[in-house]
Ligand binder design. Sequence first.
Ligand code: ZN
Length: 403
Amino acid sequence: MPIDRRGWLTTFGLGAVTAAAAPRARADEASCPAGDAPLRLQDFRPRSMLHVKETHVPTPRYPVIDVHTHFTFTASETKGVPTGEKVSFTGTGKAALEVMDRKGVKALVNLTGGSGKGLEATLDGLDRAHPARFWSCTEPSYGAWLDPRYPQIQADAIEKAARAGARGLKILKTLGLGLRERLTEGPLVKVDDARLDPMWEACAAHKLPVFMHVSDPEAFFLPIDCTNERWDELGNHPEWSFHGKDFPSHQELMAARDRVLARHPKTLFVGLHVGHNAENLELVSQSLDRFPNFNVETGARIGELGRQPRTARRFFEKHQDRIFFGTDAIPPPAGERTPQQVFKDELYEIYYRFLETEDEYFDYAPAPVPPQGRWRIYGIGLPDGILKKVYHENAERLLGLKS
Ligand SMILES: [Zn+2]
């Protein structure tokens, strides 16, 4: 549910961002504000008057492996920095399997599988209970960050996780934007900090791909003002803003990420959210050209890809062997905080419509829209060969996710 942002708007002095001259809404009176008061931006929900083709795509043309979901989360943390070994489950395997079976999803990668005992609980609850349907990843535990032996402790934890059955390592944006020299205080630890080198190398040694979330949309690093295209989204989640304070810029984070890719050529990296840079596919493309160990997935970014359909289609054609299908789905109730991520049938249908059809100007997320920004998207109508690769072949070949 969208939260009432009035308090937030006042705090940021943004109450003036209203369409004062807009005529009073006529249609859909039930959901439009009554009276002659100026229409507020957050109440403006124009209906498209385009009469264009609408294709319902209930199932994908080929079986799907969704490489980006969150069925468990690390439950113990200090100010957002994961320090413990407990996980909480956001969805049950059985309910999830029903959605998967209806939507042609043969397997899901559960990224935030935790570490140590938490990882064991994840593997018991998902991977071992439903073999080849759920593949879970481990995460670094920063609990020992202050121990001078941390680099080796973390490398050893990777080896143990691989032996237990983890299928990858997930890096949250905590690295670069949350973890600090004294855990939650002091300067931010850089993405390419040398203390993490043994961890990246251990992933190569034990064949665990690294699913990396570094940085966020460019707009999250800019002032939340009337020029910010993600004004609605940041209004719902002001804590997602990385503008000001001592946060690095988006460009600095990308440069640090590239240094990690260069320094660990034997480690396979998956840049989540289209390489964390879906607004700039030219730059993502350059990183893919430069680093053969780099790959990307689509989670929660069809809103970006679908508003540049010609550029996106060329991107898929050029890098068709290194793009994975991902949604960033989170089962309810946790997923309901972010409408573009709720794990349900409609979420998958929108991704299939975007990838398979040339439909025009449709919503990139289930209602209420638009959660990320006020635009709609266009399908890119991928041919069969590319669809098959993106839907499951690339994940089977590069991530070893074979049933
Ligand atoms: Zn995610």
